[in-house]
Design a protein around this ligand. Sequence first.
Ligand SMILES: [Zn+2]
Length: 491
Amino acid sequence: MKFGKVLALLLVASALTACDAREEKASTSYFSAEQMATAASLRDAALEDDGTWEILEELVSVAPKRLAGSPGDKVARDWATNKLESLGFDRVWVQEFTLRGWERSSASAAVLGDEGVDLDITSLGRSVSTPVGGVTAQVIHFPTFGDLEASAESAVSGKIVFISNRMVRKKDGSGYGPANVARSRGHEVVARKGGLALLIRSIGTDNHDAPHTGVMSFGASGVSQPEQDLAYEEAVSAPYGEKTVAAGAISNVDSDVLEALFESTEAVTVALEISNNDLGEVTSYNIIGEIAGSERPEEVVITGGHIDAWDTGVGAMDDGMGVAITMNAASMIGGLARRPARTIRYVAFGAEELGLLGARAYAEEYAEVDHVFGIESDFGIGKVWQLSPAVSADAVPVLAEIATLLEPMGIGWDPEAQGFPGPDLRPLVAGEGLAGAALNGDGTFYFDLHHTAEDTLDKIKASDLGYNTAAYAALLYLVAEYDGRFDADTY
Ligand SMILES: [Zn+2]
């Protein structure tokens, strides 16, 4: 790439002030010219390389269905283990953990009467089944979760609840959280108020027929993982409607239809039937591979994605893409003549979609590991557009220097933004204050496809994968070489 050559020349020129760049760094430079040139060569090689696409294509064809605890989860585990070994990772192993498994069976919903219409629906993750024969009842409409919470019990009791909030499209995905509370928390409020079932407008920005699934939370917001697990056990063991109700998401198109009916019809009645299986205790897996550090192997830079995916699509975008990008980036670094100083540990996390369960198991088992820096890839479609730090103020200039290698690609740098290293790193951030950064993906169209049957390989461009891999490879290499710490004491 042309800009790569130009940049290399500029770096060589700027390094002339230091005779031995490795020993006598200029005060503004945290990396030697040689280190920057190696990172630039990784970047440029990744831009021309199809390896990430090949990994992703293989993953979604070998293991298209990979919900935690499903037969496909084991296929994905074996695929990832073999892939890491064949890519030359030094050490590859599997961490097992258990969870209460859940399996989707079927869902149907129809508006009864003259206005009769079948609604496109999918179960929310972990939803219980409706009682035998389904539930037929009048529907009460709430524009938001807050409206449901504020409603009188008498208004909800004996009815099916429909929450119609629509997710707002934003590049950074910040429209997701405010709308998503309907999906995560709605079912418990409906049960508490004596409602019979929950329907929500899909949490997505699209206008298509594919409904968006996603997990429901159990237990009060903010309680510990063991308390959440207990709340889930209790809810699925209790009689129907006591602690939770069956819950499904209606496609955005049919949610518009349903919403319009409340304007034109006195009473909307829906026949709903949801069937799912509680699998009891099942096993899932984190698949781990290491590129051993050449000087300080006990210091670990952690990267990866989550290998589980919702069963509605094939998880090409969420998160096959992240699994492949970081796997190939780490593998390219492993192919260097001289390994970086620190170890790069790649993790394909399991059971992210069911509540970061693999991530929590990882943080528990590897609490003693010296994780120096972390970055996951699990957001956005298309090209990364910005680097943002999640490090101490002292270490921000180090990332600023790394950003100079990404800038020619068109990736911005925002030292003020607080980066989010990734959902599966959240337990490490919370537990040990893991430092890291975010290479922000573009979320503008991400939530058109997220958790739907439309999350398939044809939505992804091979060149975008190479582009993103270039950014991860350059960044991972340099943070694994850097002499100092990044401790996120202010994060
Ligand atoms: Zn994801």
